[in-house]
Design a protein around this ligand. Sequence first.
Ligand code: HC0
Ligand code: SF4
Length: 569
Amino acid sequence: LVTLTINGKKVQVEQGTTILNAAKLLEINIPTLCHMNLHDGSEHNPGSCRVCMVEVEGRRNLAPSCNTPVSEGMVVKTNSIKAITARRNVVELLLSDHPQDCLLCEKSTNCELQSLAADMGIREIKYKGEMSTFPKDVSSASIVRNLDKCILCRKCVTVCNEVQTVSVLSAVNRGFDTVISPAFGMPMVDTNCTFCGQCVSVCPTGALTEVNNTSKVWNALNDDSKFVIVQTAPAVRAALGEEFGNECGTPVTGKMVAALRSLGFDRVLDTDFAADLTIMEEATELMDRIQNGGRLPMLTSCCPGWINFFEREFTDLLDVPSSCKSPQQMFGAIAKSYYAKKMNIDPKNMIVVSVMPCLAKKYEAAREEMGNDVDIVISTRELAKMVKEAGIHFNSLHDEEFDSFLGESTGAGVIFGVTGGVMEAALRTAYEWITNETLDDVEFSMLRGMDGIREATIQIKDMQVKAAIASGLGNARKLLEKIRSGEADYQIIEIMACPGGCIDGGGQPYLHGHYEKLEKRANALYQEDRNKPLRKSHQNPAIIQLYDEFLDKPNSEIAHKLLHTHYTC
Ligand code: HC0
Ligand code: SF4
């Protein structure tokens, strides 16, 4: 152990610890714009922003605390005039080449540069110089790139290259001309980008943001000729409360429903219903593949970021994913067929809005083969913005229930939002279908957890089902490579593009590196599952009715037409 003093307080830390991390133990905050913790506990530490400079006794120059290791007897001051002045200079220099349109910025109030400037009390920018003026990249349905706001922290580069292994973004050019960009300055839509949105999640400024669709929703809500319905993804309810100052993991499902109703939606419905429907189709497909010698393993297909990844990089394995559409799209397909008919509404006059924790869902809904089943997708963050814009006092709302039909769900649908949940839900149903016995203990704890790759063998009577779960595209790649080389003998694999699953989607409230919060979001969903009277998808009475009245049985001809898709390269 090494003993050092920071701001007059002694602390003991392991050799090799950085000054920044030693200060954290003393609850001394040294600001930084480029340092970032990653999901696996490692650190992104380029030392490029120079905001974290501190004074070290005996050294002439200030030291960047994020990559200076401690040494025995070191005396550090994080708040000396010299350190504060240096930090201020760095921030002012950054601001001198930054558009000063904070009031209009998508990231306003969530921007780390903005809050640092506020904390430092910066009231004027001393430096004047050349400003970069890049055209915005608005080529995709999911993500906007505004390079004028980029501070070259390279967090997005690390996430895209090392965590997701998609490698779309890198630093090109040198000096003042350095930009973070896809190769050859290509627009995002022409790259291999999966639109997972993990780069947006870590961007400290407004350089990477979602495509904001809230005005489209306002227009729809104000059009009296339209019947506007909304579906909410499982993971939204696990995090929306954070946008209103609630503790992470606070369950807000009832308040979310009440808020949506006050925004003026004609019906407030639930993607969880469609998650139950997905299980009916997917479990049937799995059993068919197992019993009739079909392609194994079967990969779950509900995560659109993962599908994009797959279609671009694993074109030789296109027959491996399930043919099921995602719950978002199954919902849209049923809403504009069966539900429209039941409600006596012309589907042309129906607008389906989705609230999703995900930015790839915007892209998915816009895919040609999906028709216009889902008209507008907004993220959890965008919903929070609408609620604030409408002046709704979210925390004072009384809990309300989803509307029927397409609002009923079981606990199995709820856990879709956390890594392993789709698999668990599928096994609850497959178990009962295969054995004809009641599954009493519905919680498959061996499938739970936040590790990026997990494996388990589940005994179903005399059958052993080998399952694997991956979240984060880098982990997905490892599993896919095993399949490609013939090493994997799993029967079913669940993949989610974002580390931890949808609870950590690119459209969720920003975590600012606090990944320990993911477990709390996961627990919010597990708790909601426990509170549900029904916890197996095939027991959902509305689903049973849907098959009776319309779809006949899982994987029927009409189910195939409406609820299944195909993959292209
Ligand atoms: Fe997900 Fe989904 S679980 S992808 O992460 O399957 O976004 O929450 O809505 O569609 O249900 C996201 C979350 C969904 C879908 C569901 C699946
Ligand atoms: Fe990379 Fe995902 Fe960002 Fe696309 S959305 S650039 S794949 S991190």
